[in-house]
Each structure stands twice: as structure tokens, then as C-alpha cells.
Design a protein around this ligand. Structure first.
Ligand SMILES: Nc1nc2c(ncn2[C@@H]2O[C@H](COP(=O)(O)OP(=O)(O)OP(=O)(O)O)[C@@H](O)[C@H]2O)c(=O)[nH]1
Length: 369
């Protein structure tokens, strides 16, 4: 990983001033920036830190790149502070580099409420962003200060394909593929290093994993910030458009036998909330459903719009690994046909089996009522 680059380059050098405690504000969005080793995460964050954009963004840079396991274990065993001082940059950004997964740094940052409107959190290249994302759901204290806006995955145009198609021993999930499965936005970076045909192959593999994700292409991670921030991937604001977006999602075809892919189906009618919970828990927690080859299905990301009997509003379903939540959206069904549209991204998924299980759980739910 690169250093911040702000100390080495005189021209870009932002003025560093100590931060005064700010005023409390409302919940702050957090975007998780993930991506395989060397894809361009730090380049993206440095770009945001030095560009003029009139936004007050707090950036948490992860200090660990390749081969840093030793350094990390030293930092942890010393038991000292795992983050450094927060610095205020000339363009209004705040910055700090961390030696853990960044959550402590967010807690520390909250003492400076009012000084920033947005948090970008970089994870290490091999991290499972789902584990970090889950903490925003389960940590009530953190959840009252911040909310997860989206997961952005940076992909190396040159080496991404190789990283994504690498088969892991012991049937483990390929980390680079998992990062795409969880992404709300992917950025294919280093487009200068590939030709159009190679770029298309990367695009196709991303699409084969995640049928819902938006794809941007960049050089030196120079993106239009408005396309990266405020995605509202997990909240009601997205729910308003989610039904339409989900309707456009196409199932994907695997690029490898064991690869992660997207399946989607739609079933008309109303559900009982209890029956839906049974279906989801059997799938995510009990891992009861198997594909036709007898392999258990693993869901990494789950999204949906569902219709509950007696509820006028559409309900949004969001799941990351084993955690899920159901939230009413502001959108009313009104005269629209009530439907349940679900999207699953994961491994060993079989649409027919999932849909059959979904329908049978719901029928049983209706019989119980
Ligand atoms: N040719 C080319 N090189 C790039 C581009 N973007 C970034 N790089 C270089 O790629 C290398 C890795 O970039 P980083 O931003 O450090 O990647 P990272 O994802 O933070 O890496 P880790 O922290 O190790 O996971 C650096 O040497 C960058 O200068 C690009 O668009 N084109």
C-alpha cells in the first residue's frame, strides 16, 4: 500500500492543523472501501483527500498491505492505541490511518462530531467486508451515530481476472469474488494497463458474480464522488427505487463451476412475516437448502422487496452473510400488484430449489395462520 503521499509531495501537501471538538450532528453515512491487494484503494482515498470537492469527509486509511502480518501482530500485542491522530486537511477532509479494522477509529472520530459529514473506511485487501458491514447492524451504540451507506469494491483491471478466478483449496470462497458479491458499486481501476477486450473480460466476470452491482471504470482511481457516495444501499431511501432496480436484475451464469453467482425470482401475493423469517433462517442460519448436486447453498448477499399481509407499505429485505433485516419502506403498494422479489448472491445457488422452498415455506405459513 502507498503511504498517504501527502508528506512526500510538496505541491499536494495539505496544511495540517489540530482538530477542535465539533458539535454533535445526526447519523453519519459510512462507505466501506474494499478491494484486493494493490487494486487502488489507497489511491482512491488519497485522491479524495487532496481533491477540492466541498465535502467534509473523514477518511480512515488502513495501514496494512501485502506482507504486513508481522507488523500487525506487533501492534496488537503492544496493546497500545491502534490509530494515529486525526488530521484536518486543507480541503476540509479529516484523515487518520489505522492498524485494525477501523471501528475503534470511528468511535474516536465521533468525539469530533460536527467536523465532518461522511466517513470512508478502507479495509485491508484480504478482509471480508461483510464482517465489517455487519458490525454497523449489531453494534447499537455505533449504529446510533453512523449508518452503512454502501460497500465499494476496487478491482485491478490487469490482475483482477486472475485474482477472481483463482480456485481456493479446501473449497474456501475466493476473497476477491466475495468482495464483489458484497459490493454495491465496483470500480475497475488501472484501465490504462489493459486493452478493450481484457477490460470486457473483467466486466463480464464481475457481472457473472453480481447481477445487481454498478460498475465504474477508472484510471488512478479518479472517480466522480457523486457516483460513490450516498448510494443508500441499505436504507429506506434506496427502498423507494429498489423494487424497480430489482426488477431489472438478470440471473447470472457462473464463470467457474464453484463460483459465486446471482439468482433472482418473483412470487406474487402476500406473505406472513413469521413464514418469511423461517425461510430466511433455514437458508442463512441452518444452511438447510442444497443444490441438485447435494451441496449446501451459501448466501453472501441477499436483497429483496416483499409484501406482508395487511401492510400497506413495501418491505425491504437486506442480508449480509448470516445477518438480515426487514424494514418497511415509504413506498406504498397502492394499486400495484403485490409481489415478492428476491435476489440472492452466493455459492452453489439453485434458483429452482430456492423458489420451491420459498413457496412451500409460505404455503405452510399460510396454513398455520
Ligand atoms: N498503472 C496504474 N497504476 C495504478 C493505478 N492506480 C493505482 N496504481 C498503482 O498501483 C499500486 C497500488 O495502489 P494502492 O492504491 O496502494 O492499492 P491498495 O488497494 O491500497 O493496495 P493494498 O493496500 O496493498 O491492498 C500503486 O503503486 C499505485 O500507484 C492506475 O490506474 N494505473
Amino acid at each position: 500500500m502507498d503511504g498517504m503521499g501527502v508528506e512526500e509531495e510538496e505541491d499536494d501537501c495539505p496544511e495540517l492543523v489540530p482538530i477542535q471538538p465539533g458539535h454533535p450532528t445526526e447519523q453519519i453515512p459510512v462507505t466501506i472501501i474494499t478491494g484486493y491487494l494493490g487494486a487502488g484503494k489507497t489511491t482512491l482515498l488519497n485522491y479524495i483527500l487532496t481533491e477540492q470537492h466541498n465535502k467534509r469527509i473523514a477518511v480512515i486509511l488502513n495501514e496494512f498491505g501485502e506482507g504486513s502480518a508481522l507488523e500487525k501482530s506487533l501492534a496488537v500485542s503492544q496493546g497500545g492505541e491502534l490509530y494515529e491522530e486525526w488530521l484536518e486537511l486543507r480541503n476540509g477532509c479529516l484523515c487518520c490511518s489505522v492498524k485494525d479494522n477501523g471501528l475503534k477509529a470511528i468511535e474516536n472520530l465521533m468525539e469530533k462530531k460536527g467536523k465532518f459529514d461522511y466517513i470512508l473506511l478502507e479495509t485491508t485487501g484480504l478482509a471480508d467486508p461483510g464482517a465489517v458491514a455487519s458490525i454497523f447492524w449489531v453494534d447499537a451504540e455505533l449504529g446510533s451515530d453512523v449508518y452503512l451507506d454502501g460497500i465499494v469494491t476496487v478491482i485491478d483491471a490487469k490482475f483482477g481476472l486472475q485474482q477472481l478466478t483463482e480456485e481456493k483449496s479446501d473449497g474456501l470462497i475466493n476473497e476477491a469474488a466475495r468482495q464483489i458479491a458484497l459490493a454495491d458499486l465496483t470500480i475497475i481501476n488501472k484501465v490504462d494497463l489493459v486493452n478493450e477486450e481484457e477490460l470486457k473480460q473483467v466486466r463480464d466476470v464481475i457481472r457473472s458474480i453480481n447481477g445487481l452491482v454498478k460498475i465504474l471504470e477508472t484510471q488512478r482511481s479518479r472517480v466522480d464522488l457523486s457516483q460513490v457516495l450516498d448510494l443508500h444501499s441499505f436504507d429506506d431511501k434506496a427502498g423507494v427505487h429498489l423494487e424497480e432496480r430489482l426488477r431489472l436484475v438478470k440471473p447470472t451464469k457462473p464463470h467457474l463451476d464453484k463460483s459465486i453467482l446471482t439468482v433472482t425470482f418473483e412470487v406474487a401475493g402476500d406473505l406472513s412475516e413469521d413464514a418469511l423469517n423461517v425461510f430466511i433462517q433455514d437458508l442463512l442460519w441452518e444452511k438447510m437448502f442444497k443444490n441438485k448436486e447435494g451441496q449446501p447453498m451459501t448466501v453472501i448477499r441477499l436483497k429483496g422487496i416483499v409484501s406482508f399481509a395487511g401492510k400497506a407499505h413495501q418491505v425491504m429485505l437486506q442480508g449480509v452473510h448470516e445477518l438480515y433485516e426487514l424494514n418497511e419502506t415509504p413506498q406504498l403498494w397502492e394499486e400495484n400488484q403485490r409481489i415478492n422479489r428476491l435476489i440472492f448472491i452466493g455459492r452453489n445457488l439453485d434458483k429452482d430449489v430456492l423458489q420451491e422452498q420459498f413457496v412451500s415455506t409460505l404455503v405452510q405459513g399460510a396454513e398455520r395462520n
